[in-house]
Design a protein around this ligand. Structure first.
Ligand code: ATP
Ligand code: MG
Length: 393
């Protein structure tokens, strides 16, 4: 079928009054961003509570659909045929051709639903429904009309153009990115944090990211892997400012001065402090990590309590209740898995103790951190000041 346009539908629940405008504008903006990558020229418009995507000239249909399916807030996409509004006969011909083409020979029941915003036609919507029903039955002998539970709900709109559509491709749901503030993601090269980013972004949150890099212990390729992951996430979220912090000196200082079984926890506390610094500087309303309860020593309830203690912002951990396998499945679905499992070293694993504490107490950690003096403050300041900003899109 020669589809020319789409309706991007969204769930209307909770989208009322002023929110609605903001929601629709963000949806239009995100649709434009994802469609930039697709072959073809598109215009995205909002008219009377509807969002239309129209192609000017030839375009890659499959890519366009895939791109729109990455836009949070879209509940469904309806591919649509469009023709100029001429006379009744030409409308009937287009609709009959559409049915013949899309449901060729299929045994289906259908119902026609017409909306006539453009009163150019002498006959009203009811009359159009009846006329089209009759003509379709004549042209497609396998079909029958069922006004209660039709297999196919054929929608005809007579607006500036004649719109014909009858199918819905499910979208991801959620809320458009940017309608719910911004958060700072701690993005590592692992499986979990990209999934966490996806889940928070799906609720309308814009994502900024920070990655802690420890050269020469972690290589350029490990850093590139994180950039690549951010790039995949940005297909859903739009451009991501990624801050790469050189964490080596901070990590070495902890390694030299603190008990090794507490390294991961203390390191995580410094990551949180630095992430929060950037978050506050850039108007983020929370932090996001890929932690899940009990996954590793640094993610027991006790460890997370101790880690959290350095933060004033809320820390969102959307993977918290998921098993590893569930996180893996989600990462496969969103397309980050293959990159996440590339074998480049992680800054945490290099200094990691054989037997890290699983139930640290805040008291013991504070005691160890007390050994870190002004020198550490300076190292943290330098790490913040020398962070490299990469715009990933
Ligand atoms: P992931 O698969 O997300 O790396 P993980 O199971 O390897 O998670 P940890 O290494 O304990 O878990 O990290 C827990 C969380 O801390 C990560 O999900 C991420 O949000 C953050 N984190 C860990 N290392 C880094 C890093 N080098 N840079 C930025 N954030 C990090
Ligand atoms: Mg990790």
């Amino acid at each position: 079928m020669d589809y020319r346009a789409f309706i991007a539908k969204y769930a209307e629940i909770g989208v009322k009054g002023n929110n609605r405008n903001q929601f629709e504008d963000a949806l239009v903006r995100q649709l434009r961003i994802v469609l930039k990558e697709v072959d073809g020229t598109f215009t995205v418009t909002k008219t009377r509570g509807r969002i239309y995507v129209e192609a000017e000239g030839p375009f890659d249909y499959d890519d366009a659909v895939a791109a729109m399916r990455r836009v949070f807030g879209v509940s469904a996409i309806c591919p649509m045929c469009q023709y100029p509004v001429e006379d009744v006969d030409s409308m009937v011909a287009h609709v009959v051709d559409y049915m013949k083409d899309v449901y060729a020979g299929q045994k289906i029941s259908f119902k026609v639903e017409t909306r006539r915003a453009n009163k150019k036609f002498a006959i009203n919507s009811q009359e159009i429904n009846a006329l089209l029903g009759e003509k379709i039955l004549e042209a497609c002998p396998n079909t029958r009309v069922d006004v209660h539970q039709p297999d196919v709900l054929l929608r005809i709109e007579i607006r500036e153009k004649l719109n014909i559509y009858s199918s819905e491709i499910p979208g991801p749901g959620g809320m458009p990115v940017g309608t719910n503030g911004k958060a700072m993601l701690l993005l590592s090269g692992g499986i979990d944090s990209p999934v966490a980013a996806y889940m928070v972004a799906k609720r309308g949150v814009k994502i900024d990211a920070v990655y802690f890099h420890a050269p020469p212990y972690t290589s350029e390729r490990a850093k590139q892997k994180v950039v690549d992951l951010a790039k995949i996430i940005s297909r859903y979220t739009g451009p991501i400012p990624l801050r790469v912090v050189n964490f080596t000196d901070v990590q070495m200082e902890i390694y030299q001065k603190c008990p090794h079984d507490q390294l991961t926890i203390i390191m995580r506390r410094y990551m949180m402090r630095i992430a929060e610094h950037f978050a506050l500087e850039h108007d983020c309303l929370g932090l996001v990590t890929g932690e899940s309860i009990g996954q590793v020593a640094s993610q027991t309830m006790q460890s997370m309590l101790v880690t959290n203690e350095v933060c004033t912002l809320p820390v969102y951990r959307p993977c918290v209740g998921l098993d590893k396998q569930e996180i893996v499945e989600k990462s496969q679905e969103i397309g980050t898995f293959e990159t996440s499992i590339l074998p480049y070293e992680d800054c945490c694993t290099i200094f990691v103790a054989k037997h890290p504490v699983t139930k640290p107490t805040l008291k013991s950690i504070l005691k160890s951190e007390a050994k870190l003096d002004e020198h550490m403050e300076e190292l943290v300041r330098t790490a913040v000041e020398t962070a490299e900003l990469i715009w990933v899109e």
